[in-house]
Write a protein that binds this ligand. Structure first.
Ligand SMILES: [Zn+2]
Length: 328
């Protein structure tokens, strides 16, 4: 073990439905984890701070004698990267919550806060699929679609901390309604919620062709989801395959626009939809080669994320470790 890898930091990922807390070494390895469900009632900021403090105490008692150097906190929403104030988190319904200050006060550990997908991007860049690359895009396709950008060897956070909202790249202004309130965003075609809606609509419109999908649904048509689509497509269901093609085309078109804008060496795709439909990685790369300008399309590679389900906590922990080093 090198000296550097002995520094331990804690990563915290505060999502809409869970809080994940992990002890991470400087190589990005998860040393210990703590996970528990966090229902709607726990989205109260004071309760979240108390919960995180309890989990960190649990990790400290699991690793006695190991000092925790810093805490990195990932939150879905708009975070001020300097002050660690959560400006706005739609999932948690928070506005202007001084999360970093509250956690530093509760735990007496230096802390930094970052947007959750920016944390994932940081983790993939430092210790995942993006190691050694100075220009990359990370696109996480889960229920929603989030993104992060590394340009010129720096994580782009933007003027008010919200850079990388790539899921709201508009593909068609006349397209379907998006959760952000506008229409035709990439997320409204490729996010898990949008895929579920699209499958449900297709099965309602084409009951004969949709029989295979419905048979997998163990419930009414309203239970059709992206996961069921993946299962049906891998079982050679023709309608399912066509719908997966549609998702791939939308993702590829969106990524092609991003590639034109940023000229990255690498596009990293991750999240639940990509885990369920890994063939989308190749599909997106093909579409980018066809649609992006040759000068950018010829040099970019599209790959799958490497950090897996703990990417958020690992990224947040590594981010805190590097901020601590920069501050010291
Ligand atoms: Zn949108």
């Amino acid at each position: 073990m090198t000296g550097a890898s002995q520094q331990l930091t804690v990563g915290v990922d505060i999502g809409g439905s869970k809080i994940e807390v992990a002890l991470v070494d400087a190589d990005g390895r998860v040393v210990a984890t703590s996970r528990r469900p966090s229902g709607g009632m726990e989205s109260d900021p004071d309760q979240v701070v108390a919960e995180v403090a309890a989990r960190v105490a649990e990790l400290r008692s699991d690793a006695p004698g190991e000092g925790i150097a810093a805490l990195g906190i990932a939150v879905a929403g708009q975070i001020d990267p300097e002050t660690g104030v959560v400006r706005y988190s739609p999932n948690l319904q928070w506005r202007d919550v001084p999360l970093r200050r509250e956690l530093e006060r509760a735990l007496e550990i230096p802390a930094w806060a970052i947007n959750d997908v920016q944390a994932v991007t940081w983790g993939e860049w430092r210790r995942g699929a993006g190691r050694g690359v100075s220009d990359l895009i990370c696109l996480f396709v889960g229920t929603g679609v989030g993104g992060g950008i590394v340009a010129g060897g720096r994580l782009v956070t933007g003027a008010s901390g919200s850079a990388g909202e790539l899921g709201h790249t508009v593909l068609d202004p006349q397209g379907p309604l998006c959760h952000c309130g506008t229409t035709g965003c990439l997320e409204a075609y490729a996010g898990g919620w949008a895929i579920a809606q699209r499958v449900q609509r297709a099965v309602a419109e084409q009951p004969e062709a949709g029989r295979g999908l419905l048979a997998l649904a163990h419930g009414g048509p309203e239970t059709l989801s992206a996961a069921i689509l993946a299962k049906a497509a891998h079982g050679s269901d023709l309608l399912a395959r066509r719908l997966v093609d549609e998702v791939g085309t939308a993702l590829g078109a969106g990524v092609a626009s991003m590639v034109n804008a940023l000229n990255p060496q690498l596009v990293i795709l991750g999240g639940g939809v990509i885990e369920g439909l890994p063939e989308l990685v190749v599909r997106v790369e093909e579409t980018v080669r066809k649609r992006a300008l040759p000068v950018s399309a010829d040099t970019v590679r599209v790959v799958k994320s490497e950090l897996g389900p703990h990417a958020g906590v690992v990224g947040a922990a590594l981010w805190a470790g590097e901020r601590l080093a920069a501050a010291g």
